[in-house]
Design a protein around this ligand. Sequence first.
Ligand SMILES: O=C(CO)[C@@H](O)[C@H](O)[C@H](O)[C@H](O)COP(=O)(O)O
Ligand SMILES: [Zn+2]
Length: 193
Amino acid sequence: MTDLLIRNLDEHRELFARLDALAPEVQAAGRLMAEALRRGRKIMFCGNGGSAADSQHLAAELTGRFIHDRKPLAAMALSTDSSALTCIGNDYSFAEVFSRQVEGLGQAGDVLVGISTSGRSANVIKAVEAALGRDMQVIGLLGRDGGALKALCDVAIVVPSPTTARIQEAHILIGHTLCGLIEEQFGVGLSPA
Ligand SMILES: O=C(CO)[C@@H](O)[C@H](O)[C@H](O)[C@H](O)COP(=O)(O)O
Ligand SMILES: [Zn+2]
């Protein structure tokens, strides 16, 4: 039991010591999201399993609050509406559960954040393709080699690890950093500049 904890901590520390290399992509993603919000557009998040949880967690940081009191920001997770997920999954296919929501709700200038540790989830790939088809911008929070999603994203943040759990741990740190960058841009208790 303790051995597993020590191994996980060692893996986690080794990975986190290398995340500084992602600073340029994280900065670019934060700027892109803040600019979209400043223009009155919205941020959509999607992903499966743990990444579905990350999607709703990060969307709530923006509509609710992260650290500071400031105006609510337009963000939503595409993984939370059980009626939409079951209807689209049942009547069309599971691969379309996010893309149909992007087609129904996405507008030009909105940002889609696709979260996938493998970069290979078909429903996230389809959501990204739908977003690009609507002149939205796309950020990928990815892992391993970035998979098929890497080349599709305007900004791809690829966590360099082969281990899903470690990648997810990095994703939430990066997600929180993106929320912090956005809050910096919007100021404490102030309207956007
Ligand atoms: O949280 C975990 C594993 O830590 C799982 O729920 C995991 O997110 C699921 O297997 C996902 O379906 C994996 O999808 P992806 O990250 O490869 O896109
Ligand atoms: Zn997990």
